[in-house]
Design a protein around this ligand. Sequence first.
Ligand code: ZN
Ligand code: ZN
Length: 410
Amino acid sequence: MTQWQEQLKKYALLSLKIGINLQKGQDLVIRATVDAKDFVREVVRAAYTEGAKNVFVDWDDQQITRIKYDLAPMEAFKEFPMWLAKGYEEMAAAGASFLSIISPNPELLKGVDPEKISLAQQTGGKAMKPFSKYTKSGKARWSIVAVPTKEWAAKVFPDLDEEKGVAELWEKIFYITRVDTEDPVESWKKHNEALHRRVDFLNEKQFQSLHYTAPGTDLTIELPDGHLWKGGSMVNPDGITFTPNIPTEEVFCAPKKLGVNGRVKSTKPLNYGGQLIEGMSFVFENGRIVDYSAESGIDILKKLVETDEGSHYLGEIALVPYDSPISNTNLLFYNTLFDENASCHLAIGAAYPMNLKDATDLNDEELEARGVNTSITHVDFMIGSAELNIDGVTKDGETIALFRNGNWVV
Ligand code: ZN
Ligand code: ZN
């Protein structure tokens, strides 16, 4: 077995043991594209070996996705196959776990009408909402892992030829996901413990607000009553741990919907629906985006902000040290799973109910009443840098330095 094959096996096992924490006799649904077939087969083999009952693979092909965007009429993007949405909901209700194996192609949708992309995202978001209740609450355990494509490698390593680029990207992924350590499952247990220590500190403090300063940024974000910071592995309502993102370096919380004021500048490009937005700035008043700009991709940003009412507000704040594995690669991955874990970020759109005490069963109205945002979208953008400082302000007005020059100081 080559070293790559060995690491591929470790990666497959990591996604099952740390990612979804597959239980004996459980069903598994894998969402993947045909680009990832070698890894998907490895995961399926590992899943049955670990005691899965049935493994279903929901295959997609990115070239077919592109063909549809180019050739299908606009009406096609108003419809979603409800049998598929219901199938996901039924599998979740029956106790299956869900593993998404993404194989990014950052320029897949380059030049596609942003109207079609935004309509497809709205339609998909609405149709999958009953299913996403299961994943957002953690009732259905889920995880996301990534596999290189030649297109992705070409974007991350434009100077390498195809084969070298893909090999280099695999190597970086194995480093970032700690698959290159002696015992990746053990490494992740330790990493999760470190994240939980931060989470416990922040939850104990119950800060009134956080204050962000950096070049182009002076932003105050209030936190709702009963907020819960989360990070690393989670415990679902059945008491089983799972790690939704591999990699993950963030601790994150929900902002108070109407409590965001000031301005913030993004520090990395955002890849939204296959298109890039660069150099974004937002101005917030009482939570609402009242002004925004971008150095490029402003029409795409406009579609994002105008998705629905909730896409004018924030739904997530996340803290990631500047000195961490993804950040240390000094690479831009053109993919949120990697880039968000390189950097402090905010998300436009829905808050996670898990970021509020006793809120996993609340509907949208009830969540809004608790002071957090709801939307059909949730899109992260990066604001971390070596110049970012963050202070926490407690309910008695005490200020505690949390980040200096991009890193934790507590
Ligand atoms: Zn995040
Ligand atoms: Zn997010």
